[in-house]
Write a protein that binds this ligand. Structure first.
Ligand code: NAD
Length: 482
């Protein structure tokens, strides 16, 4: 019988032992800031060293466990997690601000990452035989060692599981550091599954990036760092980790452009996909559409249609079934987005805040914000160039396709982009010219196939296409010749 919501408040995990810290930070509900959800432990540098000790010790046996055994344990863990999804949805909503639909999708995807990852492992681990050599050569795989997984607050479940699960499956041990704004669902789900693995395979340390994150990145025994977060932090981690030769997997910030061409089919379904591309998780998605360039012949029509689509958005607490967009996650992000909007107005931008307030009486109790369409802004303005990470979208007209591509590429980021046109050949030609890790045609979303991922280029990440659900990121290949 699985205990639902095992106590995780102010806890952390080292070598199979759940410890409690007296140094804590409160976790509050972004839809009702006075509501206390739990506490997160503020671990010390010593805790981090002990977590790496535990992971290093456990690696000796776990790395030699057969792939069948590793896959079997992961399947069992996935099964356990699948029975407690419903109970975790509301916890996730209360600490993160997502809607129930968004939260449930994320949780179910984590179970899928586990069970499909286990199947993938069995297929992928087999040696690959290379023909045409004087000797018989095979390419074999081995795990790398202690892996640090550092994740952000915006989608903490999937962004922790997408990295930690393949690392564990590949025979590594992990030290996970979730973000302090909403660590509880991650901790509770890890508490459900960790007993399926030997002690020390999964370790969790919580606390600030400057103490816990930096200690983890600076530990020379950590062989791989899988980081998802801002570009600024990513750069710091690259520098901190250079005291030893580590493999870095970096998923960083984005400022995704969407290009609307003269022949785009702006039907109802397409406009809905654009709205979701902009407003999913209140715009707090690395690969959200963050600026739209529209051909001048379709500009007014596009803005008008997007306004009508935004009018349907219901902003409120994610717990309420009628809510279609939740609050922003934390005060600092809320203030940043509000101030950005204010500064845009001061330079002459036209801001239309649209949508419905689910509950006007409690509006001020959370980090709620109506979605806004921002026009009359140049491509060089702050809102267009920054990663706003909120429900405000600048829409800019263009006259010429070359100019649109130039503006789309005129950024340090290169995560995702989308092209909206009825001409598939043109879409591929334009995609070839766009600087992004992935380009969508008439959509702007995530890859449904869990094996496939394309991280960002330029300052959005260290591009490494993955076709095996990330297993290849946490493994060294070696050649065996006989
Ligand atoms: P962040 O960079 O502030 O923090 C991410 C994680 O790093 C947190 O756990 C944090 O505690 C830790 N951290 C902070 N400073 C650290 C340091 N000096 N050393 C080690 N660890 C440190 O990011 P955030 O505000 O939590 O998340 C939002 C950002 O993440 C946005 O820029 C967004 O685009 C990006 N993001 C990227 C992807 C992607 O797949 N490319 C996905 C989600 C979010």
């Amino acid at each position: 019988m699985i205990s639902v919501f095992p106590e995780v408040s102010s806890q952390y995990l080292i070598g199979g032992e759940w410890k409690t810290s007296s140094k804590i930070k409160e976790v509050r509900n972004p839809a009702k800031i006075t509501e206390f959800v739990g506490e997160v432990a503020l671990c010390s540098e010593t805790d981090v060293t002990q977590a790496v000790d535990a992971a290093e010790n456990a690696f000796k046996a776990w790395s030699r466990t057969s792939v069948d055994e590793r896959a079997k344990r992961m399947k069992e863990a996935a099964e356990k997690l699948s029975t407690v999804i419903e109970e975790h949805v509301s916890l996730f909503v209360r600490e993160n601000g997502k809607t129930m639909v968004e939260a449930k999708k994320d949780l179910l995807r984590c179970v899928e990452v586990m069970s499909k990852g286990a199947d993938t492992l069995l297929e992928w681990w087999k040696p690959v035989h290379v023909e045409g050599q004087a000797q018989k050569v095979q390419i074999r795989k081995r795990p790398r060692g202690v892996t640090a997984v550092i994740s952000p607050w915006n989608s903490p479940m999937i962004l922790t599981f997408k990295r930690a699960i393949p690392a564990i499956l590949a025979g590594n041990t992990v030290v996970i550091k979730p973000a302090t704004y909403c660590p509880l669902t991650v901790m509770s789900c890890l508490k459900i599954i960790e007993s399926s693995f030997p002690p020390g395979v999964i370790n969790i340390v919580t606390g600030s990036g400057s103490v816990v994150g930096e200690a983890l990145c600076g530990d020379t025994r950590v062989r791989t760092i899988a980081f998802t977060g801002s570009t600024e932090t990513g750069k710091k981690i690259m520098s901190l980790s250079s005291n030893s030769v580590k493999k870095l997997y970096m998923e960083l910030g984005g400022n995704d452009p969407a290009l609307i061409l003269p022949d785009a089919d702006l039907n109802e379904a397409a406009i809905k996909r654009i709205r979701l591309g902009i407003l999913r998780a209140s715009g707090q998605v690395c690969s959200a559409i963050k600026r739209v360039y529209v051909h001048e012949s379709r500009y007014e029509e596009f803005v008008d249609k997007l306004k009508k689509e935004f009018e349907r958005v219901v902003v409120g607490s994610g717990i309420q079934p009628d809510t279609t967009m939740g609050p922003l996650n934390n005060r600092s992000q809320f203030n940043f987005v509000k101030e950005l909007l204010e500064r845009s107005k001061q330079i002459g931008a036209q801001v239309e805040s649209i949508g419905q307030k689910l509950d006007s009486a409690s509006w001020e109790e959370g980090y709620f914000m109506l979605p806004s369409i921002v026009t009359n802004l140049s491509h060089d303005s702050e809102l267009v160039r920054a990663e706003q990470f909120g429900p405000i979208i600048p829409v800019i007209p263009f006259a010429d396709l070359d100019e649109a591509i130039e503006m789309a590429n005129d950024t340090e980021f290169g995560l995702r982009a989308s092209v909206w046109t009825s001409n598939e050949t043109a879409a591929i030609d334009i995609a070839d010219r766009l600087e992004a890790g992935a380009v969508f045609h008439n959509n702007h979303t995530v890859f449904q196939n869990l094996r496939l991922d394309f991280p960002g280029i330029k300052e959005s990440g260290l591009s490494q296409e993955t076709r095996w659900g990330g297993l290849e990121l946490f493994t060294d290949c070696y050649g065996f010749a006989d």
